[in-house]
Write a protein that binds this ligand. Structure first.
Ligand SMILES: Nc1nc2c(ncn2[C@@H]2O[C@H](COP(=O)(O)OP(=O)(O)OP(=O)(O)O)[C@@H](O)[C@H]2O)c(=O)[nH]1
Ligand SMILES: [Mg+2]
Length: 314
């Protein structure tokens, strides 16, 4: 029922994504079927502070890869902040020139505050995009926090976007928060203070221990995204990183880790659903009262819930 996904039908692909989110068995069966074919797309993560220019860069990269004849999927992660509605809307507008392009597939995802939930969802979405034909999947998240870390695990190349005059952020890199970048983009290079920011990043990178030829040295690229400047260089840096990942065997290693993580996330989700179901039954007003008045204790209750889950009477 999802055959059209493989012919590049965007609507069917969207439906499959929705159905898998809703946990429909036929969607899960389809994911099992397409899994062996997936895992070949390049997944480019873009993170950075709000307003750094991630969506604009994303738009530039879409054009860059479309010119090379690649189909491109974009996953925009909604940080579920009060601003996110606007941000996502803005993203859609900024990328709207690709809206009618059948070779571009843009999809927003909401974070649900649950560990692993986001990477699980992003994993599924990018697998479907791949089945739909995407050779490149770009994942945009607002920097800082769990979402960023989770997306990093999914990406084959990670871009962290900085802008001039972000002294504090470079400090954050120093503190290790952003040591995760494969490529640093200093966007808004039309503004004052670019060289200072570049030098600050360079200074931090010099502090990294030389890990030898098996360890990638992060690169720095300057861009003016809204004028499409520096995008060819960024494309080159991305190609360079990808080639390095292939040759060094890191790509294969990351793919293994990703598959294990996906297994872990899925199991986590299954178990969580079971816990919720049992708790819903067990935690009636009487139990709540007993717990509150300490006539029973959470230890005993947890053991009881666990027993019920293990007996698997669902
Ligand atoms: N001066 C300057 N402005 C830019 C540049 N690139 C993007 N902008 C502008 O910066 C603003 C934010 O750009 P976005 O691409 O929405 O940034 P973002 O990081 O996706 O923002 P959020 O998704 O809201 O976190 C927009 O008004 C862009 O036009 C640039 O190179 N120079
Ligand atoms: Mg954005």
């Amino acid at each position: 029922m999802y055959e059209k996904v493989y012919q590049g039908d965007t609507r069917t692909a969207s439906r499959l994504m929705r159905d898998i989110e809703e946990g429909l068995p036929q969607a899960r069966a389809e994911m099992k079927r397409l899994y062996p074919q997936s895992g070949k797309a390049r997944i480019i993560g873009i993170t950075g502070s709000p307003g750094a220019g991630k969506s604009t860069l994303c738009d530039c990269l879409i054009s860059h890869y479309r010119k090379q004849g690649c189909k491109v999927g974009v996953v925009a992660i909604d940080p579920s902040s009060p601003f996110s509605g606007g941000a996502i809307l803005g993203d859609r507008i900024r990328m709207s020139r690709h809206a009618d392009d059948e070779g571009v597939f843009i999809r927003s995802l909401a974070t649900r505050g649950q560990t692993g939930g986001l990477s699980r969802a992003a994993c599924d979405v990018s697998a479907v995009m791949e089945a739909w034909g995407a050779q490149i999947v770009i994942v945009e998240t607002v920097g800082a926090g769990q979402a960023e870390v989770e997306v990093r695990r999914l990406a084959t190349s990670s871009i962290v976007v900085l802008t001039p005059g972000m002294g504090d952020e470079v400090q954050a890199i120093k503190a290790g928060i952003m040591e995760i970048a494969d490529i640093f983009v200093v966007n808004k290079a039309d503004r004052e203070g670019v060289e200072r920011t570049v030098n600050d990043i360079r200074g931090v990178l010099e502090l990294l221990p030389d890990g030898g030829p098996q360890v990638w040295r992060p690169q720095i690229v300057k861009t003016v995204a809204f004028r499409n400047e520096g995008i060819a260089e960024l494309g080159q840096a991305l190609d360079g990183h990808h080639a390095f990942m292939l040759e060094s065997g890191v790509l294969a290693k990351r793919a293994r880790e990703r598959a294990e993580l996906q297994l872990f996330d899925l199991l986590h989700e299954h178990v969580q659903l079971k816990i919720n179901a049992v708790l819903e039954k067990k935690l009636d007003p009487q139990w709540r009262e007993m717990l509150a008045s300490r006539r029973t204790d959470p230890y005993t209750l947890a053991e009881g819930v666990l027993k019920e889950i293990l007996n698997g009477d669902d």
